[in-house]
Design a protein around this ligand. Structure first.
Ligand SMILES: [Zn+2]
Length: 645
């Protein structure tokens, strides 16, 4: 579309919008024109960025993410950190990806193109060009705006990690020059790491996407206009406020479906858009149903889904590296034509990625620095949603007698792994990608489920609702989450978070010894006299036993213990122990013996790494079947770990 027409259109469009109060503070305003050139596997872009200096200090430099430069060469921080491999797929040597800044200038002002330089705030790797700095001729004063015009060229890599192309499928994500976040006068603009996700300010995006006319397009936000350019191309215009990123996809082999979705309580009205690759059409109902489940679950448990659209993108199998990824109001899922109904990966990925729209999308914490706030809270939500809609014991795998829940899978992942890192760590400082995933996703999710069992389901539900309500669109930190949990539960929970989030140590309590020994009548010589003739003993009416139960703390972490002790005659005793010492003994004199002892009878200690030593019978029973089940889960875990999400 020609520029004057575009301006008229934007003007008309903006003034025809209903007057809603903004949900977020708008720091950025992006107006981007993007043209896909399939022959070059690239996007030619023109960006007008209006940026507000929301601080009290003048700002004399700007910092930008150029994420695609992670795929520029094998010395980028992203590729070095993972040995050049992501999700077991290597980048194609012939198809590196990059962001080239062809021009950057202040609107009606200085050309800054020669002022561009690359910086490496995290690791000093001079070969990494994922962060760009631009020095300004004059500072942006506090609470004033600057408008920049940027011409850029986004060469897409062959897809292996989120963004890129595969044959005629294009995923344009992390594709445009994106300004960092100014916090207390300083730039928070991290390099693109192999395990990091993202952080950005909220604002307005209007993006005009031009593609060959046979391409089906999906994008963040609402499509507000479609233009046939009469030259074999079409232009689609998308608009959305209160978001902090923008992604789009194009492929002639997508089949597009629309359905309106509404919910009464809380009130939700949105349009579901499915873009399913032709080869996966049989998954349509599974995708649609799980997305509806996701919208309902998150709306009811955290807050109403507020955007007018939600777009599900199903990439072709060969582009699985682009699957399972979240963007504002759009996400990619993962499926294959050969997935049996009982393998609930499409459902799980769909619910998980939709759910990110809450923690990554609306709450929008800094995923570089505190990845658990997104992945952990989202995995916790996903486990609960999957259990609700697909069955407590079969929410991941439901193939005849073989049933595994999402919860069991995540727990197997945690107990079967090393403990090299705590949950709270910057995403690129974990020992490995595996340790990042284990802690930020599974362990964080299980720690929240454990907190839920400790506090009670109702209180935890209120914690989560309050956290979302209080912090949506405000970029909270871990401290803000803890504050909400303590406020709502009216308890000091520092001891819980210090141990389970700040330490990699293990939680393991065990029943030690169970002993029931008969208390003998005094026998032998006492004060020069024989006491009790052994023959008299036979006449004793009742035997008395000294019953002893010992509990051992085998791990470093401390958790208050409930103990259930059962005697042979059926008598039950409940004991409490603060769990602080290394062991504790309980002793009882009874005319009967112990039958069993169990710690954690309410099953609160989800993170206890060995549940099999939590109970003991005086007469040992068999535990073999449990061990087999555990082995199977660990195999299944390898498959799911590969998916990564
Ligand atoms: Zn995720």
């Amino acid at each position: 579309m020609k520029k004057p027409m575009f301006v008229v259109f934007v003007f008309l469009f903006i003034f025809s919008l209903p007057c809603f109060a903004a949900m977020s503070k708008h720091i950025v305003d992006y107006r981007i024109k993007a043209k896909l050139t399939p022959e070059e596997k690239a996007v030619i872009g023109y960006e007008i960025l209006t940026w507000l200096n929301n601080s009290d200090t003048p700002v004399s430099e700007l910092q930008f993410h150029l994420y695609l430069n992670a795929f520029k060469n094998n010395r980028s921080t992203f590729l070095k950190e993972r040995g050049g491999i992501s999700r077991s797929i290597k980048p194609d040597e012939q198809n590196w990806g990059y962001n080239e800044i062809r021009k950057i200038k202040i609107k009606n002002g200085a050309d800054l193109t020669t002022a561009v330089e690359y910086i490496q705030p995290d690791d000093g790797n001079k070969d990494d060009q994922t962060v760009m700095r631009v020095l300004l001729p004059e500072p942006v004063l506090p609470h004033k705006k600057i408008i920049l015009e940027i011409e850029f060229y986004a060469k897409l890599p062959k897809v292996f990690a989120r963004a890129g192309f595969e044959n005629n499928f294009y995923m344009a994500s992390q594709w445009f020059p994106k300004i960092g976040v100014l916090q207390e006068g300083k730039w928070n603009c991290h390099q693109y790491h192999s395990s990091s996700e993202f952080f950005a300010d909220f604002g307005v995006y209007e993006v005009e996407i031009t593609v060959p006319e046979e391409y089906v397009v999906g994008a963040t936000g609402k499509r507000v206009k479609e233009i046939d350019n009469q030259d074999g191309t079409k232009t689609y215009i998308y608009y959305q406020e209160d978001i902090h990123d923008f992604a789009w996809t194009a492929c002639p082999d997508f089949v597009e479906f629309h359905e309106s979705y509404s919910l009464d309580d809380p009130p939700v009205k949105t349009e579901i858009i499915l873009l399913i690759h032709r080869s996966h059409l049989k998954l349509k109902k599974r995708y649609l149903d799980s997305l509806k489940n996701g919208i309902e679950f998150y709306s009811q448990n955290y807050g109403a889904y507020p955007y007018p659209t939600i777009t599900l993108v199903d990439p072709p199998l060969k582009a699985a590296g682009a699957g399972g990824m979240e963007y504002p109001t759009l996400f990619t899922t993962l499926g294959a034509w050969f997935f049996p109904k009982g393998l609930l990966i499409p459902e799980m990925v769909t619910i998980h990625e939709f759910g990110h729209g809450y923690w990554y999308g609306m709450v929008a914490s800094n995923e570089f620095e505190e990845p658990w706030l997104d992945e952990g809270i989202n995995s916790y939500s996903e486990i609960k949603a999957m259990a609700k809609y697909y069955g407590e014991d079969r929410s991941m795998l439901n193939l005849g007698p073989l049933k595994i829940s999402d919860f069991t899978f995540q727990r197997a992942r945690v107990i079967g792994s090393g403990r090299l890192d705590p949950i709270l760590k910057k995403s690129w400082e974990f020992y490995s990608g595996g340790s990042y995933g284990l802690n930020s996703y599974s362990k964080a999710a299980l720690s929240l489920l454990m907190l839920e069992r400790y506090l009670g389901e109702d209180i935890m539900a209120m914690v989560m609702k309050t956290y979302f309500k209080r912090w949506k669109f405000k970029h909270p930190t871990t401290e803000n989450f803890i504050e909400v949990a303590e406020d709502v539960s009216k308890q000091d929970l520092g001891w819980f978070f210090d141990q389970f989030w700040r330490s990699p140590d293990k939680l393991d309590y065990a029943i030690g010894r169970l002993r029931s020994t008969e208390v003998k009548e005094p026998e032998g010589i006492f004060e020069g006299q024989y006491k009790t003739d052994p023959k008299d003993k036979e006449k004793n009416v009742e035997k008395i036993y000294k019953n002893e139960v010992s509990i051992i703390r085998k791990g470093e972490l401390v958790f208050p213990q409930d103990v259930l002790i059962i005697f042979e005659n059926g008598e039950e005793i409940r004991e409490k122990w603060d769990g602080k010492d290394r062991w504790k003994k309980f002793k009882y004199l009874r005319p009967y013996k112990l039958k069993s002892a169990q710690i954690d009878p309410e099953n609160i200690m989800i993170l206890d790494i060995d549940h099999m030593n939590n109970s003991r019978l005086m007469k040992p029973n068999k535990i073999l079947p449990l061990k087999h089940a555990l082995g199977l889960m660990l195999d299944f875990q390898k498959l799911l770990t590969w998916i990564g999400m």
